[in-house]
Write a protein that binds this ligand. Structure first.
Ligand SMILES: Nc1nc2c(c(=O)[nH]1)N[C@H]1C(S)=C(S)[C@@H](COP(=O)(O)OP(=O)(O)OC[C@H]3O[C@@H](n4cnc5c(=O)[nH]c(N)nc54)[C@H](O)[C@@H]3O)O[C@H]1N2
Ligand SMILES: Nc1nc2c(c(=O)[nH]1)N[C@H]1C(S)=C(S)[C@@H](COP(=O)(O)OP(=O)(O)OC[C@H]3O[C@@H](n4cnc5c(=O)[nH]c(N)nc54)[C@H](O)[C@@H]3O)O[C@H]1N2
Ligand code: SF4
Ligand SMILES: [Mo]
Length: 719
């Protein structure tokens, strides 16, 4: 790698690499793209690992010959996945050897060029800055430092990073949650006492009815398709509520396609229907709901006619849903992320949970709530406190962090994620630019590196060992299988090296994730039974296990037969947002108060099966083959009204600005709404995956808990 290189020669290099051509026919060129034919004379070993991407957390067996991974195959012993894996996971091997990976630490110079520096120098630069902050501000310096976190490569990396921050009394760690399903998890927390799903996915087998409320399971958790299939084979009916047709549409029995942003009305109408029909047990409702009498009062205005007029659904579709819910005594509802990504999401998710309470479908077999990104073993912060004591400073959320950065009140940012995950990404970028020292840990020259002072190359997947966790709170262990290229370091090592230099007395000395994991097992009661032996010999182990040899706990979390809130009950209304009768369109929606008539279409966006967010898979050729660049899906009716044709070029514009797209005319979206994928990134050398971030044109709307990505008004301007 050259000593100094600019964006321009990086891209030139990348272009040369993309021009691969018919490489496989020519052994030299085959070598250049990393194609290694298997040689039959060396033995092949199988070693366990897990996919670093989504929360399904598929485990695999790597077929290894010598020090090389030949291929990975899904682990058939994994109960949750049944051995399946998806294209994202399969791109792992390509990404490991990616020619686009940056493998040396670099310092960003004022003239915009990069200087390669040693890893030791990089750590020292961080430590010097942290010491400066500590010397200048004392314990208050903690408020001048923050980290934005990814869905980490392993649990140990997160714990190591949290401890490194505590050496300067900092607690400001931003999980991706605020841009993910936080609204739903907060409502689940306050209403059920558990801020994730209340059961595991296999509970679907005990249901009579499954409602996938905006949850695009088949595209976004592909291995879970088998759970839906198995549930249906046992007689469950699957109803899917999503304005857009997706692969989940092919699997469900019925799909309802409400106008985007109107789920709260559909849900409130369901409560009214159940009450009018008397399809509930008053005693059971009073057992779980603090103010059951309010349910009728709050839902009164949501007559079927009203629901029809707001959601755009046909009356018989609405009544069919209501009747299915009113007559099933074993229903699981699965809250999709879209509900958390609109300002009325608090009301919507609350109302859906209340339907389950009204029908007594929360506690017991075949009952409960599921969400995406449900599982995250606790215990990490307990371990941090064990070494650093409790720190009661209130944590900032990203909204406040953004403000602190804009005002010049932040001295060090560990940008350990994308910033493009936040709406108004350009505004976030401007805020980050005001931070004098930004450390980005990553893999590629992405937009984050552009705003960073230091780039630290991270290890990927099997280049380091450690625990990964999944949606069911299952923990999987991964061995280190291959050496990372150049000076790539695992996040746990980078933060440990900083932590040990900053505070060798308190920061524990662990040599690898196994050692840190053993500390978890020794010091955190809920990890006691998750021993290394058990992790190594099983596909996955369910957290928590309080005793060595203790059994894994599956099924519903309400083992005592009541909710886990302090009173065992939930309230009908939210303290801040009020009750369901206050429902309104999400902020920015063309029909919301104050919205501009110039932007009459509803912008929805989301993820596609083969891409991992807006980050790593955008650099994979094996993924690019599925991508079609920045398209916008438009219903034939809308297209006709706007005189648009298939493949036309348009600007997709909101009040924040525009992005160039090509038009795909399809009835997968409703008239009046458009859809564009959330993945794609500006800096990838692969044209199929390249586009400005969609978050550049999404306004900085929050519902206090989470940032919003859906339903803002937009228009299409023909180019
Ligand atoms: N391939 C892939 N899979 C992933 C991820 C990934 O990056 N790539 N990320 C994982 C993560 S972190 C998460 S949180 C999950 C998210 O999984 P989901 O929440 O299921 O999916 P999203 O694509 O985030 O949300 C958009 C979906 O909601 C629909 N939608 C839009 N507006 C509305 C509405 O008003 N009402 C309803 N009912 N539906 C609406 C869209 O049509 C789209 O299908 O996916 C996980 N799985
Ligand atoms: N427009 C739009 N925006 C969205 C969404 C959407 O649907 N639409 N979805 C939202 C959701 S649900 C989520 S969860 C967030 C996701 O938010 P992101 O921050 O995009 O999540 P990741 O892709 O996990 O971030 C990975 C990046 O973190 C960095 N990184 C640093 N250290 C490590 C490490 O040790 N391991 C790994 N793996 N990465 C490291 C790398 O640069 C990598 O590219 O985005 C949200 N933003
Ligand atoms: S991305 Fe998710 S579904 Fe795909 S292989 Fe990885 S863990 Fe499995
Ligand atoms: Mo997410």
């Amino acid at each position: 790698m050259p000593e100094k290189y600019s964006r321009r020669n990086f891209l030139r290099l990348s272009a040369a690499l993309v021009a691969g051509g018919a490489a496989a026919a020519d052994p030299e060129r085959a070598k250049a793209i990393g194609y290694v034919p298997e040689k039959a004379d060396e033995p092949v070993r199988l070693v366990k690992g897990y996919c670093p991407f989504c929360q399904v957390r598929c485990t695999y067996h790597a077929r290894m010959r010598g020090k090389k991974i030949l291929s990975i195959v899904g682990d058939p012993d994994n109960y949750w996945t049944g051995g399946a894996m998806c294209p994202k996971g399969m791109s792992m091997l390509e990404l490991l050897d990616s020619p686009y990976r940056i493998t040396e630490p670099m310092e960003h110079l004022p003239d915009g060029t990069w200087r390669r520096i040693s890893y030791e120098r990089a750590v020292d630069m961080v430590v010097e800055r942290m010491r400066e902050v500590k010397a200048k501000y004392g314990p208050k310096g903690g408020n001048r430092v923050a980290i934005t976190m990814p869905l980490w490569d392993c649990f140990e990396s997160e714990v190591a990073a949290l401890m490194a921050l505590r050496t300067v009394d900092c607690v400001h760690a931003m999980p991706p949650g605020e841009t993910c399903v936080s609204t739903a998890s907060n409502m689940l927390g306050s209403m059920l006492g558990v801020n994730s799903g209340s059961c595991k996915v296999d509970e679907l087998l005990n249901t009579k009815l499954i409602v996938l409320w905006g949850a695009n399971v088949n595209d976004l958790y592909p291995p879970y398709t088998r759970w839906l299939k198995a549930a249906r084979e046992r007689g469950s009916r699957i109803i899917y509520i999503d304005p857009r047709k997706t692969r989940t549409s092919l699997w469900c029995d019925t799909q309802l396609r409400p106008q985007p942003g109107t789920d709260g009305v559909l849900a409130a109408g369901c409560i009214r229907y159940i009450i009018k029909k008397g399809a509930y047990d008053p005693e059971r409702v009073a057992f779980q709901v603090e103010d059951p009498e309010n349910l009728a009062k709050y839902s009164e205005k949501f007559t079927p006619d009203y629901v029809q007029s707001v959601t755009g659904l046909a009356l018989d579709e609405i009544l069919d849903l209501y009747e299915a819910v009113a007559s099933s005594d074993r229903t699981i509802m699965w809250l999709g992320g879209a509900l958390s990504r609109q300002t009325n999401g608090i009301t919507t998710t609350r109302t859906i949970i209340l339907i389950q309470a009204l029908r007594d479908n929360l506690i017991g077999k075949g009952r409960g709530m599921l969400t995406f990104q449900s599982g995250k073993p606790g215990g990490g912060e307990e371990l941090v406190d064990e070494y650093f004591g409790e720190n009661k400073t209130p944590k900032m959320n990203f909204r406040r962090l953004r403000m602190a950065m804009s005002k010049g009140n932040l001295d060090i940012l560990f940008l350990n994620s994308s910033y493009r995950r936040n709406p108004d990404a350009k505004g976030v970028r401007d805020a980050i630019k005001k931070v004098p020292f930004v450390v980005h840990m990553g893999f590629f020259l992405d937009e984050e590196s552009e705003v960073s002072t230091l780039f630290i190359p991270a290890t990927f997947g099997p280049e380091s060992q450690g625990c990964g966790y999944g949606n069911e709170n299952q923990v999987a262990w991964r061995e280190k299988l291959v050496e990372a290229p150049g000076s790539c370091v695992p996040a746990w090592q980078f933060y440990r090296d900083i932590g040990r230099k900053m505070d060798p007395e308190r920061y524990p000395d662990f040599k690898d994730p196994e050692a840190l994991c053993r500390l978890m097992q020794q010091k955190v009661p809920s990890w006691k039974g998750i021993t290394m032996e058990r992790l190594r010999s099983s596909s996955t182990v369910l957290w928590p296990i309080y005793e060595v040899g203790g059994a894994e706990r599956a099924g519903s979390v309400f083992t005592e037969g009541k909710l886990l809130t302090p009173t065992g009950k939930m309230a009908c209304a939210d303290r801040v947002f009020g009750d369901m009768s206050k429902w309104d369109y999400p902020k920015g929606h063309p029909k919301a108060k104050g919205s501009k008539p110039e932007f009459p279409l509803i912008l929805t966006q989301g993820k596609q099966l083969w891409h991992w967010h807006q980050t790593m898979t955008n650099f994979a050729k094996s993924i690019a083959q599925f991508s079609n660049g920045r398209f916008v899906q438009v219903n034939p009716e809308t297209a006709q009204a706007l005189n648009l044709h298939q493949k036309d070029k348009v600007m997709l514009e909101t009040m924040m600005g525009g992005i160039e797209c090509w038009v795909d005319i399809t009835d997968t979206v409703l008239p009046g709404a458009v859809f564009t994928p959330a993945n794609l990134c500006r800096t990838t050398p692969l044209a199929e995956n390249r586009s400005e971030s969609i978050c550049n044109i999404l306004p900085n709307y929050w519902d206090r808990i989470s940032a919003q990505h859906n339903c803002v008004g937009c228009r299409l301007r023909k180019l």
